[in-house]
Ligand binder design. Structure first.
Ligand code: FAD
Ligand code: SIN
Length: 543
């Protein structure tokens, strides 16, 4: 081997080979990092996009949940609604939504409102304070009541900030202060709130989708360790033409579920007949529709208070169709603004008592002579003086137009009724104590500031009313995070992963009697919580 060849071999082994090795290594590492990058990119293009939050039922609870889920960072929300239009019973709400303390309440006149919790607890009655109620069950219910009442002022702010007018405040039965908020115009509070939320959601184009005529038939689950987890829904859409309704084949949708399907007051032959067969003969404010509670029970949810069904004392008996099963409600606000109840011209109850007591008092009277439309009804009059009529003008105009109320001059009334009005005016003026215990008189003026000939010529608004099935206090057991529980109220909590609930479908808050105005409130308070919690599950990759 020549000396030159030896030098070149040494050069090759000492310099070139390592350099080549280094270059090769760099190439490998560059390639592999390129490979990694492309794997990452592939992963980001092929991994499942985050699931939507699925909301079932487009009443106020569902709309509040949908809106709040998007606000809390959920990339998208699908809202499935069985009916052709959204709104549920929420859109019919007529008296308003509770909140305390709020800027709209008259603190100068009534003091700062700190009694909402106490009033709600009192109204819950034996379900909360009964001797058979365990300490843990009591604590659970009180916890829910605290959330409801503590967050009521922020629920009002939430709606007002969205543009809903809630500036008028009335006192309803069982409330110790005026705290039920509605708007000053003619649009009833349920319709005002529902349409505002829907419009806000429609602005969230690309993120929000409402699918109507879509009935959820079951919750999809997977086994996760020893527990069952909800991972989505199965639903069917229906199309209707002039001659028939066709249901699609079942479709599935995956994501965390917020269940807001409302109560079972309209499920006359189903859940209502099962839990309260004695109410079958009463009319209802609820359109006939089956309750969806069985869908939750099928995944292990427990139900509570199912036999606590609210009978509202005042459904209008329309003179043109007295036997109609579904009736218009004579909003409780009519009594709050000053209306009184009469039987054969005489008052018989403190109209500002809780609904269960007022209904009980009416149902203790002899029923109407005839069973109209096969229904059990009573013959009670609601009467508003000019002061109360003015304060409730937005509603009264509609009731007069529908023929549910009539205007009459005081001089046209029978003598028993006129005598009742004189005695009542003395109570309102503070000259006598009400033997029935009424202490809040709304805007009543007749015989007080309207007197003499003016009183004779004054017009009162009168309509016939009867007790009516209205609201179901019972429903799915749930907790302060709106998680649906597979445990009884008061037992160690067993949340069912992947499903939350809000609104009338839930149970365990109101007990024996729900206060007027607290259902819209629970829809907003717990709907917001449920939406936020479901969004959190998506954002944290736990859905
Ligand atoms: P809803 O508003 O009833 O909505 C539930 C929705 O779920 C419905 O649209 C239904 O079609 C849908 N749904 C059901 N099952 C399925 C399914 N399987 N798949 C898909 N969708 C489904 N409360 C107050 O606080 N203040 C008031 O002034 C007041 N006034 C009232 C007046 C009337 C005439 C009535 C009837 C009720 C009133 N209430 C009031 C009570 C209150 O309106 C309701 O309790 C509340 O609105 C219920 O809201 P929600 O969202 O839980 O249910
Ligand atoms: C009503 O207007 O009387 C109904 C109010 C309610 O159900 O809360």
């Amino acid at each position: 081997m020549t000396r030159r060849r030896i030098i070149s071999l040494v050069f090759l082994s000492i310099v070139l080979i390592p350099i080549t090795a280094i270059l090769y290594q760099r190439l490998i590492s560059a390639l592999s990092s390129l490979g990694q990058a492309s794997i990452v990119r592939m992963a980001s293009t092929t991994a499942n996009p985050p699931p939507p939050v699925i909301v079932v039922g487009a009443g106020l609870a569902g709309l509040s949940a949908a809106y709040s889920a998007l606000e809390a960072g959920a990339p998208s929300v699908r809202l499935l609604e069985r009916a052709p239009k959204p709104g549920g019973n929420s859109i019919k709400a007529s008296s308003g939504i509770n909140g305390a303390p709020t800027r709209f309440q008259n603190a100068a006149k009534y003091g700062v409102d700190e009694s909402f919790w106490d009033d709600t607890v009192r109204s819950a009655g034996t379900r909360l304070r009964g001797a058979d109620v365990s300490e843990k069950a009591k604590t659970h219910r009180q916890g829910l009541i605290s959330i409801l009442t503590d967050r009521s002022a922020s629920a009002i702010d939430f709606l007002v900030d969205l543009g809903v007018d809630l500036s008028v405040v009335a006192q309803l039965g069982g409330h110790s202060k005026p705290r039920t908020h509605r708007g000053g115009g003619k649009t009833p509070p349920g319709a005002a709130i529902v349409t505002t939320l829907l419009n806000k959601l429609k602005e969230k184009e690309g993120q929000f989708e409402l699918i109507t005529n879509a009935e959820v038939t079951k919750l999809l689950t997977e086994q996760s360790g020893s527990t069952q987890r909800v991972i989505g829904v199965e639903y069917q859409t229906t199309t209707t033409d002039s001659s028939s309704t066709t249901a699609s084949t079942p479709q599935t949708l995956h994501g965390p579920v917020v269940f807001t399907t409302g109560g079972f007051g309209g499920d006359t032959h189903g859940l209502l007949a099962k839990y309260r067969p004695d109410l079958a003969g009463l009319p209802s404010t609820n359109d006939p529709r089956p309750g969806a509670h069985g869908i939750l029970s099928a995944v292990g949810a427990r139900l509570v208070d199912m036999d606590s069904v609210q009978v509202h004392p005042t459904g209008f008996v329309d003179p043109s169709s007295p036997g109609a099963r579904v009736k218009f409600l004579a909003a409780e606000m009519l009594r709050g603004e000053g209306g009184i109840l009469l039987h054969a011209g005489k008052r018989f109850v403190n109209e500002m008592e809780t609904r269960d007591r007022v209904s009980e008092a009416i149902m203790g009277l002899p029923p109407a002579a005839e069973e109209e439309g096969g229904l059990k009804q009573w013959d009670v009059q609601i009467l508003l003086d000019p002061g109360a009529c003015d304060a409730a003008a937005g509603h009264i105009g509609f009731y007069l137009w529908k023929g549910l109320m009539q205007k009459k001059k005081v001089k046209e009334l029978d003598e028993t009724t006129r005598q009742t009005l004189r005695e009542y005016a003395a109570v309102v003026k503070g000259e006598a104590k009400d033997p029935l215990g009424r202490a809040a008189f709304g805007h009543w003026k007749l015989g007080v500031s309207i007197t003499g000939q003016e009183e004779e010529e004054a017009e009162v608004c009168v309509g016939r009313v009867t007790p009516i099935v209205h609201f179901t206090m019972g429903g799915a057991v749930f907790n302060e995070k709106a998680q649906v529980l597979a445990s009884e109220i008061g037992e160690e909590e067993k949340p069912i992963p992947g499903v939350w609930a809000a609104g009338e479908i839930t149970g365990g808050i109101h007990g024996d009697n729900r206060l007027g105005g607290s259902s819209l409130l629970e829809c907003v308070v717990f709907g917001r919580i449920a939406g936020q919690q479901a969004a959190k599950a998506v954002v944290e990759g736990k859905a």
